[in-house]
Design a protein around this ligand. Structure first.
Ligand SMILES: Nc1nc2c(ncn2[C@@H]2O[C@H](COP(=O)(O)OP(=O)(O)OP(=O)(O)O)[C@@H](O)[C@H]2O)c(=O)[nH]1
Ligand SMILES: [Mg+2]
Length: 463
C-alpha cells in the first residue's frame, strides 16, 4: 500500500453506506478539479477547472461513453474549503453501486483513497483548525444529546482552543524571562524569577484547574455513562427500561426469566447521555441459556457506571434481593422499588439497613408510569451531584485533553516549588517546557504522529 502524501488528491464516499436520497463522493487536493473534469460531463461548455468557487453544476459522471450517474457537482476552491485545498463534492443518487462506481472511476483517474478522518486531518495540517477543533468534528458527529452537541460545537468554534492557546502564550513568555535569566544572569532577572514568575505560574495553574474542574461532567456529556438495570427475575426491570425509553424495547411477560440476554439502548436523561442496559434476572439458572444470560448480567453489572437495582415493592425482600444488594453495595447505585401501584409489602427500613444512609431510593410503578420522572431526576442527580453543569460554558470533554492539562498543571506546580526551594533556573525552565509541551499537545502545536494517527483513526472514512 502506498503512503499518501499531502500533495496527493484524496477521494472517499462521505455519506453513510446504504440507500439514501443522495450520496456524496468528495475529492480534496491539488488535482481535485482536473480529476473531476476527466469524469464529469457538464451541461454547459466548461468543466470543473473553469467553475468558480462555491458553484454547483448539473451533469453526468461518465466512464467513456457509459453514463454512471446523473449528479450535481460542487466546487470549493482553496483556501476557502473544508481542507483549505481544492475540494469537489459530487452529489450522486444515494445507491451504493453508483457511488462505488463513481469512486472507482476517480481512483482510476489518479485520486488516492482517503484514510479515516483524512479530510479533517488535512484541515488541521493545513492550519484551518487546530487539533482540539479537529477532535470536536467527531464529537459533533457523535453527539448524543443537545448538551453534548453544545459542548462539541463550542469546541469546534475554538473556545477551548483559544483558552489553551492563551495559557500557552503566557507560559512561553514566562519561559522567555527565565531563559534570559539563565543566559544573562548579571541582568537582575533573578528578581523576576523569584517574585513575579511565581505569581504568574500560580495564576496559570489556577486557570488550568478551572478547566480541569469541568472535565468530569464534560467527559460524561461526550462519552455517556453505562447504567445497568439489575435485580431478581420478574421485578419489572424490562418494564422500567421500556418506560425510560418510552418504547416497548424489551419483552415483558409475567413469566420469570423473560429477559435472557442484555439489551442495550441509548437514553437521553435531560441532556445526560446514558447507555442503558436491561439484564436477565439474577437467580439460580434453570438451563444453559439462563446460565449464560446471568453470566452476562454479572459482567454488565460489574462494568456499570451506575446500577439501577430493581426490587418488587409488593413483596417483602428475599435472600436473593439481599445477595444482589450485597453485590452492588460498593457500586454507585440507585434502588428502584417498583410496583408501587400494588399494596406495599416491602419494608423500607430493612433496605435502609442494608444500603446504609447514603443509599438512594426511588419508588415507581412501571405499569402506570408513576414515579418515572422522579427516577429520571434521581439518575441525573446521582451522576451530577452538586452543581448542575452548564454545557454553554467551556468544558473539557475529552480524556486526552484532561490528561494533557493534568500533566501541565503538575509541571507548573513543580516549577513553583522549585522557585520556592531556590532551585536553579535551568530546572525551572525544564518544568515549564514540559508544561508548554503538554498544553501544545491539546491544540496540536506539539504533537507526535502517533497521537495524530490515534485521533484520526477514530473518524469514519470520508470525514
Ligand atoms: N402491578 C405491576 N406490575 C408490574 C409493574 N412492573 C412490571 N409489572 C409486571 O411484572 C411482570 C414482570 O415484568 P418484567 O418487566 O418482564 O420483569 P423483569 O424484571 O424484566 O423480568 P425478567 O426479565 O424475567 O427478569 C410483568 O407481568 C409486568 O407486567 C408495576 O409497576 N406494577
Ligand atoms: Mg426482563
Amino acid at each position: 500500500m502506498r503512503n499518501i502524501g499531502i500533495d496527493d488528491t484524496i477521494v472517499a464516499i462521505s455519506t453513510p453506506v446504504g440507500e439514501g436520497g443522495i450520496g456524496i463522493v468528495r475529492l480534496s487536493g491539488p488535482d481535485a478539479l482536473v480529476i473531476a473534469g476527466k469524469v464529469f460531463r457538464p451541461k454547459g461548455p466548461v468543466g470543473p477547472a473553469q467553475f468558480p468557487t462555491y458553484t454547483t453544476h448539473y451533469g453526468h459522471i461518465c466512464d467513456n461513453d457509459e453514463v454512471i450517474d446523473e449528479v450535481i457537482l460542487t466546487v470549493m476552491r482553496a483556501p476557502k474549503s473544508y481542507t483549505k485545498e481544492d475540494v469537489v463534492e459530487i452529489n450522486c443518487h444515494g445507491g451504493l453501486v453508483a457511488l462505488k462506481k463513481v469512486l472507482a472511476l476517480l481512483l482510476q483517474e489518479g485520486a488516492c483513497m482517503a484514510e479515516p478522518g483524512e479530510f479533517t486531518k488535512r484541515a488541521f495540517l493545513n492550519g484551518r483548525i487546530d487539533l482540539a477543533q479537529a477532535e470536536a468534528v467527531l464529537d459533533v458527529i457523535k453527539a448524543k444529546t443537545d448538551a453534548s452537541l453544545r459542548v462539541a460545537v463550542n469546541q469546534l468554534e475554538g473556545r477551548l482552543s483559544s483558552e489553551v492557546a492563551g495559557l500557552w502564550d503566557r507560559l512561553i513568555s514566562l519561559q522567555g524571562h527565565i531563559e534570559a535569566s539563565v543566559d544573562f544572569p548579571e541582568d537582575d532577572c533573578e528578581i523576576l524569577v523569584t517574585a513575579e514568575i511565581e505569581i504568574k505560574l500560580k495564576e496559570i495553574t489556577g486557570e488550568i484547574d478551572r478547566l480541569l474542574s469541568t472535565a468530569e461532567d464534560g467527559i460524561i456529556l461526550r462519552d455517556g455513562l453505562l447504567a445497568v438495570i439489575c435485580g431478581k427475575p420478574n421485578v419489572g426491570k424490562s418494564s422500567i427500561m421500556n418506560r425510560l425509553l418510552r418504547q416497548d424495547r424489551s419483552i415483558v411477560t409475567d413469566l420469570p426469566g423473560t429477559t435472557r440476554d442484555v439489551i442495550e439502548e441509548y437514553l437521553n436523561v435531560d441532556g445526560l447521555p446514558l447507555r442503558i442496559a436491561d439484564t436477565a434476572g439474577l437467580a439460580e439458572a434453570r438451563d444453559l441459556i439462563e446460565e449464560e444470560g446471568i453470566r452476562r448480567s454479572h459482567i454488565y453489572t460489574r462494568r456499570a457506571d451506575l446500577v439501577l437495582l430493581v426490587l418488587d415493592g409488593s413483596a417483602d425482600i428475599t435472600p436473593e434481593d439481599e445477595s444482589i444488594m450485597g453485590l452492588v453495595k460498593k457500586r454507585p447505585s440507585l434502588i428502584v422499588i417498583n410496583k408501587r401501584d400494588l399494596p406495599k409489602k416491602l419494608k423500607i427500613e430493612k433496605i435502609n439497613q442494608i444500603i446504609g444512609k447514603n443509599g438512594s431510593l426511588c419508588e415507581v410503578s412501571a405499569q402506570t408510569g408513576e414515579g418515572i420522572e422522579g427516577l429520571r431526576r434521581a439518575i441525573r442527580e446521582k451522576v451530577w451531584s452538586g452543581e448542575v453543569v452548564s454545557s454553554d460554558n467551556i468544558m473539557v470533554d475529552n480524556i486526552r485533553h484532561q490528561n494533557c492539562l493534568k500533566i501541565a498543571r503538575d509541571r507548573l506546580i513543580s516549577a513553583v516549588s522549585s522557585i520556592k526551594g531556590g532551585v536553579s533556573p535551568e530546572l525551572i525552565a525544564a518544568d515549564i517546557k514540559s508544561g508548554l509541551d503538554s498544553l501544545g499537545e491539546i491544540i496540536g502545536r506539539k504533537v507526535t504522529d502517533e497521537v495524530l494517527d490515534n485521533i484520526f483513526s477514530n473518524f469514519c472514512i470520508g470525514k
